[in-house]
Design a protein around this ligand. Structure first.
Ligand code: ADP
Ligand code: MG
Length: 262
């Protein structure tokens, strides 16, 4: 009887998991740089609305993994199914897919010779064929949302690091992406500016945006992620809900890592 109950629970859970929409299905992804194997066959599903935090030691392959997802870095083997299509196939229109994956880097990478509004409207106008008015209107709406409506005419050099990073997030959002990829978005910031960027990211998570976030901010991972993944030496070692992940790590490697960072 007891066993039946458990089985039913497991089946219900499995069904619920399957029933969620897979946005990105990554299968046996590898990446070599010369003879060094940096990603050793990574398999991971990312579901619509997921906020997945990836944590792990420096040099473990976190950036490489993220950059492989939109093929800024060319994977060596494996597949990445994005909304039903294998985007690792050579004949795929990768630029089209890239437009649907917003990316935010450690360095903000804004165009220094353009003001904020130009930074925000350039791609929607040039790549997505939006009218200037439409692109402006949407950009202004998003600027308001991150508290920077009064900075539209400023140049990046006139803004603080935290403001520049919030603009970089808005710039990615202006393309109306299906998923946002963040690579240590707060690592280059002065400590007093980390909070404002994390707060924009948690607001974004509340809008149901799918997000993959490489971060060292364990507080953010605990509070905002629905899944936390540990990457070590090019392999996914462990994944769990944040509460379990941080309070009951299983693998010795994760235990040791958390021992150093918490
Ligand atoms: P992380 O983001 O976890 O710190 P990276 O993905 O940046 O790790 O790097 C993983 C490993 O791959 C490191 O050993 C790094 O030196 C190596 N690596 C990254 N990019 C390149 C490259 N373009 N050429 C050669 N080696 C690289
Ligand atoms: Mg990195």
């Amino acid at each position: 009887m007891q066993e039946d109950k458990i089985n039913t629970d497991i089946k219900t859970k499995a069904f619920a998991e399957n029933d969620r929409n897979v946005l990105l299905h990554v299968e046996k992804l590898t990446k070599q740089f010369g003879r060094t194997e940096v990603l050793k066959g990574i398999t991971l599903d990312i579901y619509k609305g997921d906020v997945v935090c990836i944590i792990g030691p420096s040099g473990s392959g976190k950036s490489t993994f993220l950059r492989c997802l939109n093929r800024i870095e060319e994977p060596s083997s494996g597949s990445i199914i994005f909304d039903g299509e294998d985007i690792c196939q050579k004949n795929v229109d990768i630029d089209k897919h890239r437009q649907r994956m917003g990316m935010v880097f450690q360095q903000f990478n804004l165009f220094p010779h353009m003001n904020v509004i130009k930074n925000l409207t350039l791609a929607p106008v040039k790549l997505q064929g939006k009218s200037e008015e439409e692109a402006h209107e949407y950009a202004e709406q998003l600027l308001k949302r991150v508290g920077l409506a009064d900075r539209a005419e400023f140049y990046p050099s006139q803004l603080s690091g935290g403001q520049q990073q919030r603009i970089a997030i808005v710039r990615a959002l202006c393309m109306k992406p299906d998923v946002m990829l963040f690579d240590e978005p707060t690592s280059a910031l002065d400590p007093e500016m980390v909070g404002e960027v994390l707060s924009v990211m948690s607001d974004l998570a509340k809008t149901d945006m799918s997000m993959v976030v490489v971060t060292h901010e364990m507080g953010f991972a605990k509070e905002v992620a629905n899944r936390v993944v540990f990457l070590d030496r090019g392999e996914f070692i462990e994944e769990n809900r944040p509460d379990e992940f941080f309070s009951n790590p299983v693998s010795p490697r994760l235990k040791s890592f958390l021992g150093k960072v918490l």
